[in-house]
Design a protein around this ligand. Sequence first.
Ligand code: SF4
Ligand code: SF4
Length: 385
Amino acid sequence: MSYDCDPTFLAEVRRYGKFDVTGCFNCGSCTLSCDLADDHASFPRRSTRQVLMGLRQVVNESLDPWICHDCGDCSKTCPRETEPRAAMMTLRRYLTSVYDWTGIASLINRSKAWHIGSLSFVAIVVFLLIVFYHLWAADMSLPDFKNPMPLEHMFPLITYFTLAVILFPFLILMTNAFRMYLLTVRRKEGSPSSLSRWLLEAKTFFLHFFTYKKMAECPTEKGRWTTHLALGLGCMVMLFLKVFALQWFQTDTLYPLYHPQRWIGYVATAFLIYGTVDILAGRIRKKREIYKDSDFSDWNFPVLLLATAVSGIVVHICRASGLELATHYAYAIHLIIAVPMLVVEMPFGKWTHMIYRPLALYFQSLKVMNLHYQPSSEEIPEYVA
Ligand code: SF4
Ligand code: SF4
């Protein structure tokens, strides 16, 4: 198979973040230091060389940037200080944009102004929806905005709204994940593996999606696994509660304190706060290699997640204390923070890593399986046999 060399490719990748590998003299120290590099994935050197050579299609079809678990060992050992870890992160941002059919990921990952603008735009839309809802659907006038009233007037409309702002971006993310499959597996490998092999290997996706196993195996950044596991579980449980168990919100009073649903929510919130605070503290301190260099998207996602968790706690405390007016305003602020995070970050921003990384490991394991696969005599066409 022949590939075109695109001289504009390096400049384009650099628009997605740091990609300072022109000083690389190809010594291979980064590959030697990388625990994940093997015969099937000799990254990061392979990925960076592909970009330098302008092999756009090869990079677009590559899974290597996703299999990198961002430990930073390669950057520590590089004698030319070219920071291959940051280059791999930039490539992940670039690939997120390649998979996205809407073009929004490309805009927000290349431009801080677009990123802030998109989040602000959704926040303003949510604010206007809240005002219009109260003025017209709830038939209130502006002076009523100072009067305490229970939340019941929102039910069940708020359930449909919550479902829409979770499921719509999730659907976009799934279509982009399908495009990732088309690019990295279907187009590259031609005919897909048999269905039984797909199903058999699906365990790889679930294993890495739920356990972050690759991070757990990393000898350098052991603590990072706990943080990511807490964040991942916190996000998953919270989304599950919002999609499948929002009825708790639709009662006049909260469930009693001993109700398991309340405690599941509390534990998930604690996980979110622990994970986001740990990441933000690391990025502020800049002591560890992985936090030395932070892009805008590395900051805004944990900040938004933390703000969502904290504003959710405030809503809960106000409601449990019977402060109706305060609950209303706290809930409005909570929505103005949480909805932009869901709508922008889940399908286009940093959140996409949660799906793309385990998917890449799944696709990679299928490819390895295919390499070592010996077809049975029935599977070999007659003209080959
Ligand atoms: S950051 Fe870690 S996993 Fe990623 S390429 Fe470098 S050494 Fe390998
Ligand atoms: S360690 Fe640095 S100079 Fe050596 S191959 Fe890797 S990126 Fe290039």
